[in-house]
Write a protein that binds this ligand. Structure first.
Ligand code: CA
Length: 252
């Protein structure tokens, strides 16, 4: 990050954080920040702290991973350009060990980085420089999507054949066996399970599950579907509908 970018971020971060009243109903958030640039990290910590949220900061990938495993986090903010380990690798290892929601914050805005990060299970991708309000909005959106705060009517587990999807507990089972899913894989599965037998357009799924905060190809979705098919133990659970998208139904 060059000086100009840093000062631009500082300037944006200098804005007062959104008022407490507007976000007053938000639960207390516990956030892990993995970022090696101390100026940016300081600005983020100060601003999220001002929201009344708890922020822990690590300035490298390996200590960040250690910290991740030591506690429960509502959201992990992950920089990609880290001194010891690339953030992409941190995201990959994080996914093996657990499933905290991850928002990548990076100066690298290339589509390959975005697609890779999202395929590896990051929940959102924010390109530096960004404003504090934007960051807070993304954290809230990711938290809302991943914390099981579901619209009314989906509180009881959905049953599709042997598959059971509990959006409140964020757990999915095939028969008695629980599936180990990344937050995004869970979201895609829960989305499809709401209307079993219905073909959903790729674009609609991306829009609803990812909030379309990035201009990606549909490759990310395809990668998630491929992973889900593997985890469901039978690829026929999620059928490709040519020229449209995907349909979930019990294998026949
Ligand atoms: Ca960095």
């Amino acid at each position: 990050m060059n000086f100009q970018e840093t000062s631009k971020i500082s300037a944006t971060f200098g804005m007062p954080p959104p008022s407490r009243t507007r976000w007053g109903t938000m639960k207390h958030m516990k956030i892990l920040l993995i970022e090696d640039d101390s100026a940016i990290a300081g600005a983020i910590v100060d601003s999220l702290d001002a929201m009344g949220w708890e922020v822990h900061h690590e300035s490298a990938g390996l200590p960040g991973l250690d910290r991740m495993g030591e506690d429960q986090w509502d959201v992990v903010l992950l920089d990609l350009g880290l001194p010891d380990l690339d953030g992409i690798e941190v995201a990959r290892r994080a996914r093996e060990g657990g499933s905290f929601p991850i928002i990548v914050i990076s100066a690298r805005g290339e589509e390959t980085d975005r697609v890779l990060a999202l395929e590896l299970g990051a929940d959102d991708y924010l390109v530096k420089p960004f404003g504090m309000r934007e960051l807070v909005a993304r954290i809230r959106a990711v938290h809302r999507r991943t914390s099981g705060i579901s619209p009314s009517g989906t509180d009881t587990p959905l049953e599709v054949g042997a598959l059971s999807v509990d959006s409140r507990a964020r757990r999915a089972f095939v028969g008695e066996e629980e599936l180990t899913l990344t937050p995004k894989e869970f979201d895609v599965l829960a989305y499809l399970a709401k209307d079993p037998g219905t073909a959903h357009r790729r674009e609609t799924i991306l829009q609803d599950v990812w909030d379309m905060n990035w201009y990606g190809s549909t490759k990310t979705l395809d990668a998630h579907v491929a992973a889900l098919r593997k985890k469901l133990g039978d690829p026929r659970w999620i059928e490709s509908v040519r020229g449209v998208g995907f349909r979930l139904q019990p294998p026949q």
